[in-house]
Ligand binder design. Sequence first.
Ligand code: HEM
Ligand code: HEM
Length: 331
Amino acid sequence: MRRGARTNLALLGLLGAAFLTGWLAFAFATAPARWSLLAHAVSGFAILLLLPWKSLIARRGVARPRRGRWASVVFSILVLASLLAGLLHSTGLLRWWGDLTAMDIHVGAAIAAVPFAAWHVARRRVRLRPADLSRRSLLRGGAVIAGATLAYGASEAGVRVLGLAGARRRYTGSYDAGSFRPDQMPVSSWILDPIPDIDPTAWRLEAGARTWTYQELLRFDDQITATLDCTGGFCSTQEWSGAWLSRLLEPGDALSVRVVSATGYDRRFPVEELGRLLLATRFGGVPLDPGHGFPVRLVAPERRGFWWVKWVRSLQLEGLPHWWQSPFPLQ
Ligand code: HEM
Ligand code: HEM
């Protein structure tokens, strides 16, 4: 019985670790993403290793006529779907399912599992006892982590030996798509942000105290080659041109700039970054198309795709610190 309890407690810790390290990896577009994803993959593989034990517990539980068994079954389906989609993405065996990427399904199923996980842990309570922290249990826990690390190493080696697409992913886990080919770059937005229909002759950019027309912005030709790394699991490098925000705004004593889209979507940046953020009108020498942010979009090198606000309507200088926002967009 206690062995079952320890398996459940280990699963609780591993699910928490996988959830946390997944979001942490989304927060970075640079090297730390890899470290976070290493811990992430090891927690995921450890959950897989514990599944044979958990299935014994689950079978016993399902056999009992108790209220809410269906919720545990839905929870199991969501966790298994997330695990499967994560593995399909990382190996490259299946990257798209209709309009969704394997990564969309991976993260979507994990988020959908959260309320069921909370219910499961609250209603199928396990008490921690001093014996659960004995040397023996810790050694067992260590063995599970070591086994999971080996299994992850073997899967990464297998991907390379078999020449699967997974061998070509970036340190964020993303796959290159349409680099230096604007017409081949995938279109993606945060959750359900719709593509607006904008008339460039009527459109104006509000930047601090002044406004700019599209024609005025087209005259700027500041350039940067930067990689948009989307949390949907792809990345694309393009030559972007437009205007550095430092050329459009005089920060004065403002602390942050809020970049707002025609859809209402927004992100806030520290004013120190104005010289490194580009308001792009073109990529690869051609004007942006509606899916990629026409008339103007933000290029925020070293930040994940959800910072690259599209269809920018205004740049608002504010006295609020840049961290005064949800770490991930809520709309
Ligand atoms: C990979 C994650 C997990 C999955 C897929 C899962 C799935 C299941 C299923 C299908 C059942 C049987 C149906 C039921 O009793 O409602 C069950 C039972 C149970 N689960 Fe989980 N569970 C997971 C994680 C956890 C965690 C984190 C805890 C607690 C910390 C936990 C504690 C329990 C307990 C105490 C039972 C009842 C066992 C019994 O009646 O003998 N489970 N689980
Ligand atoms: C139930 C919770 C989760 C579990 C059990 C889980 C497990 C996994 C597993 C097993 C992999 C494949 C690892 C590999 O073979 O390299 C993976 C990949 C990945 N997961 Fe999760 N995950 C969970 C939630 C999340 C969340 C919430 C996010 C982001 C917010 C996330 C982001 C990622 C990313 C970016 C990869 C790709 C890593 C790569 O290809 O190198 N995961 N996950």
